[in-house]
Ligand binder design. Structure first.
Ligand code: SF4
Length: 217
């Protein structure tokens, strides 16, 4: 499958789909790396539709690491409650904010090595913050990117870490940030984890190998 054709086809067909959570956050609150980071942390194991409500409530009150730390813990827990794991998430938000203040002068750092050195932040979040917050090319590999890239037959990997490395070999750097955006929407609307909609999928005609797909619609 030719990568340019794949990306052109995806771009053409995602019109009208709900944009991913982080892109919604950016539309409403701008490209603030700290807010992108907080939204990523809140979105873990939470539904986007709930996370966006919680982000709106939280960012209506606090928008900086200082402000998050100044918020009483019980109030922070109450706000993030609806994303689940609220005690852990409130604790993580405070610890990450504290590290940003004490190690980086209150601003999210702009290199991968620095972001990943902050406790609780993994490669997926680091790449998303770098790409969307700073415009630094990185491939954010989440469950959709990992699953669909393997189904298409672009790569054959077992872990998200391998997926990131293999995708970097075949995708032009200029497409790294967009790739996550497109595949998240494709995963949420067409190529879901269970029973993907292969019969109507334009990627089938492009040569999707449907690796591992046992049931489809
Ligand atoms: S053809 Fe099926 S497996 Fe391939 S991308 Fe489309 S929905 Fe996913």
């Amino acid at each position: 499958m030719r990568i340019p054709t794949l990306l052109t086809t995806l771009r053409r067909h995602v019109h009208g789909f709900q944009v991913p959570l982080i892109n919604q956050i950016m539309q409403e609150f701008g490209h603030d790396p700290y807010l992108i980071l907080v939204a990523c942390l809140l979105s873990l194991r939470a539904r986007d539709v709930m996370t966006i409500h919680v982000c709106r409530e939280l960012f209506g009150i606090v928008k900086t690491p200082d402000q998050v730390l100044a918020l009483p813990l019980d109030k922070l827990e109450k706000i993030v409650y609806r994303t689940g794991y609220y005690k852990t998430k409130a604790k993580v938000l405070r610890e990450v904010s504290s590290e940003i203040i004490h190690r980086f002068g209150g601003s999210v750092p702009s290199t991968y090595e620095s972001i990943i050195s902050i406790k609780w932040i993994g490669p997926k979040t680091a790449n998303l913050v770098l790409g969307l917050g700073f415009g630094v090319p990185g491939i954010c590999v989440d469950t959709h990117v990992h699953r669909i890239s393997n189904r298409l037959g672009l790569i054959a990997t077992k872990t998200v870490e391998e997926t990131e490395q293999e995708l970097k070999k075949i995708l032009p750097q200029a497409t790294w940030i967009d790739y996550n955006y497109l595949l998240v929407m494709w995963g949420q609307n067409v190529c879901g984890p269970i029973s993907p909609k292969c019969s109507n999928c334009p990627l089938r005609a492009l040569g999707c190998k449907r690796i591992g797909v046992k049931h489809s619609r």
